[in-house]
Design a protein around this ligand. Structure first.
Ligand code: FAD
Length: 237
């Protein structure tokens, strides 16, 4: 784990509820794709956010923060970042946390599974796998409640088009009649598309209750628990 100070370069809305934050660390940030950082608000108050950017970019860290409700965990963190941005002061970070970073050395096909802002966690891995020319199939499933929450759809379609072994599959839970793709829960779309998850390594992020359900359903669908990764596992039974 690396302790860093960083300037807040920019905060911009991605949707009505999700913000992109760009941080410039005072020294090169060292982390692996799939790691998270903690924004230090106080000695015992550290807020976890996945790093959306690739580890190849050591001089800028990108976060996607889903913040609604004035007193929410994420909104308080966002307010802290906004104040630092306006004042031009630095924020304190702990970088390179977690045990669910991507493991290309396994050379297995990969499912990247994101619910909502869990997108941030898998985005870093998707970019890293493209940079290292990963040769196994990589299936990137992103589930959202409404189509308007697919703020990086065009970017991910371009990512998928860049390699013949990459696929991007957006899944909208409450879709309009015009929506052509998968609907419902994102992990159910995975189970519809893939007969057995036995050969796959699975990386996932989303709400804690979602992760518990996905873990159990995927194991019933052939997935090997030793090849399933989510930092949320540390927080749930
Ligand atoms: C280490 C760590 C890092 C984190 N990093 C971030 C971060 O960078 N940014 C951030 O905003 N939060 C982060 N969080 C918090 C957490 O990941 C988010 O609260 C969560 O991703 C929010 O999801 P959402 O509200 O966007 O999803 P929603 O909009 O509620 O759901 C999106 C989709 O997820 C699926 N889903 C949701 N609930 C269920 C369910 N019960 N069963 C099956 N599928 C379901 C569905 O497909 C749904 O359409 C982090 C937490 C930890 C522990």
């Amino acid at each position: 784990m690396q302790i860093l100070k960083a300037r807040v370069e920019a905060i911009s809305p991605l949707t009505e509820f999700v913000y992109k934050v760009l941080l410039k660390p005072q020294q090169d940030a060292e982390f692996s794709a799939g790691h998270y950082l903690q924004l230090v608000l106080g000695e015992k108050d550290k807020r976890a956010f996945s790093i959306a950017s690739s580890p190849s970019n050591k001089q800028q860290l990108e976060l996607h923060i889903g913040a609604s409700g004035a007193d929410s965990y994420a909104m308080q963190a966002l307010e802290h970042l906004k104040t630092a941005h306006i004042d031009g002061t630095e924020v304190d970070l702990e970088v390179g946390l977690g045990i669910s970073q991507v493991r290309p050395e396994q050379a297995r096909p990969i499912v990247l599974l994101a619910g909502g802002t869990g997108f941030s966690y898998v985005k870093s891995m998707a970019d890293h796998l493209a940079e290292i020319n990963y040769e196994q199939p990589v299936l990137f499933y992103w589930g959202v409640k409404e189509e308007s929450a697919l703020y990086a759809k065009a970017e991910m379609e371009a990512w998928a088009a860049s390699k013949k072994n990459f696929q991007f599959i957006p899944v909208v839970e409450h879709a309009s009649d015009a929506w052509q793709g998968h609907t419902g829960y994102v992990h159910q779309a995975v189970m519809k598309d893939i007969i057995s998850l036995e050969p796959y390594s699975v990386y996932m992020a989303g709400r804690f209750n979602m992760i518990g359900i996905v873990r159990d359903d995927f194991i019933n669908h052939g997935a090997n628990r030793d090849f399933m990764y989510a930092d949320a596992f540390a927080f749930i039974k």
